[in-house]
Design a protein around this ligand. Structure first.
Ligand SMILES: [Zn+2]
Length: 369
């Protein structure tokens, strides 16, 4: 149903535009024009100004009063190296020339959304009220989504086109996470002359580490100390040690409990040894879980059936703009768009998968009409 050539050409144009995080200006102007040509009301918000970027989130609205409202989301920024991308089409796939990433993450998602809306309009298909957001700075901490005023648009359902894997994949669960540095401050002393005057920070850390939970804690929860830095010289009692810690759990409550317990153990042991403890571990974005009975999954499954792709719902370890939307109370599902080996110079995407994804978006729109 969609126009394959038009979508591919549009994608290739966008892939050629350099758009590292916080430098999305050229992409923003490009997609702004496209949304305007579709007859959408287009605005650029203040996210860029706030985060020190040169462009804000681009938001387009296609009214259809009285209908349900859908938010379609994809991000404009890419990881590096993304300068002078030279897309090559070969054997049904699109890839870079090997010197840069391709930027299918997430420009494939943007081209899918634009093509789906073009198709809906051309064929006069009934559709929900459509809000599109092309966000900035996703790759450096979901900064665009964090600043996007989703309450203003209050979508019934949100689809984020930003997962690798085949069309038909829906990400129903992502972990809560926390990370940061824990610092133990002991006391230096000459290790040969007066070690009893010192407090060895590493010894304190070792005692604490034997008492906290590390590694695989349960089926939903993990934690790790990945980096340890400390010491000045072999003849000085180690005055300070820094432990880099991270923890993840699919349960927010379990993560909170783990962090509290780890903090308590370190404080207790430090006190015992007369050392000080500074805990710099902070929580990242929230995880989410969509129940199988959610209407958003029902819509997605029906659309998959129409396009004849297998619907596969699964958890993932990473985050996307969906985490922010779900955290703010709006049901959001990240879906697979066929991008492969993202964040590498070997990144590629199958044209057939792009076609399926765009058709899937058309079906989702029809389903919500
Ligand atoms: Zn992405």
């Amino acid at each position: 149903m969609i126009n394959r050539e038009r979508m591919i050409n549009n994608f290739i144009e966008m892939a050629r535009i350099s758009s590292p995080s916080l430098k999305e200006r050229e992409m923003a102007d490009y997609v702004k024009k496209q949304l305007q040509d579709l007859g959408m009301e287009v605005i650029e918000d203040g996210a860029g100004e706030k985060e020190g970027g040169n462009a804000g989130n681009i938001i387009g609205v296609l009214r259809n009063p009285g209908k349900k409202r859908i938010l379609l989301s994809a991000h404009m920024d890419t990881v590096l190296p993304c300068d002078k991308v030279n897309p090559i089409i070969e054997n049904g796939i699109i890839k870079s020339d090997g010197t840069t990433i391709l930027g299918g993450d997430d420009k494939a998602g943007i081209s899918n959304i634009i093509e789906a809306i073009k198709t809906i309009k051309e064929n006069n298909l009934d559709h929900p009220e459509i809000v599109v957001v092309f966000s900035i700075a996703e790759e450096i901490g979901l900064l665009g989504a964090k600043n996007f005023d989703i309450e203003k648009y209050s979508p019934d359902y949100t689809f984020v086109l930003d997962s690798s894997g085949k069309p038909g994949i829906g990400i129903i669960q992502t972990p809560f996470s926390a990370k940061g540095k824990m610092k133990i401050i002991g006391k230096p002393a000459h290790a040969g002359i007066a070690p009893e005057n010192g407090i060895n920070a590493l010894t304190v850390a070792a005692h604490a580490i034997t008492k906290i939970k590390l590694g695989r804690i349960d089926s939903e929860t993990t934690s790790n100390i990945g980096v340890v830095r400390g010491g000045e010289a072999v003849n000085i009692v180690m005055p300070e040690v820094i432990l880099q810690y991270e923890a993840r759990s699919f349960s927010g409550e379990k993560l909170d409990n783990l962090l509290a317990e780890t903090d308590r153990v370190f404080r207790e042991i430090c006190k015992e040894f007369g050392a000080e403890f500074e805990n710099g571990v902070t929580k990242g974005y929230s995880g989410y879980k969509l129940e199988d009975s959610e209407e958003i999954l029902n819509i997605f499954k029906k659309a998959c059936a129409q396009v004849e792709v297998e619907c596969v719902t699964k958890p993932t370890g990473g985050g996307s703009d969906s985490n922010i939307y779900n955290e703010k109370g709006y049901k959001a599902l990240t879906i697979g768009i066929g991008m492969t080996k993202v964040h590498t110079k070997e990144e590629y995407i199958e044209i057939e998968d792009m076609v399926k994804t765009a058709n899937l978006v058309v079906e989702i729109l029809k389903e919500m009409a």
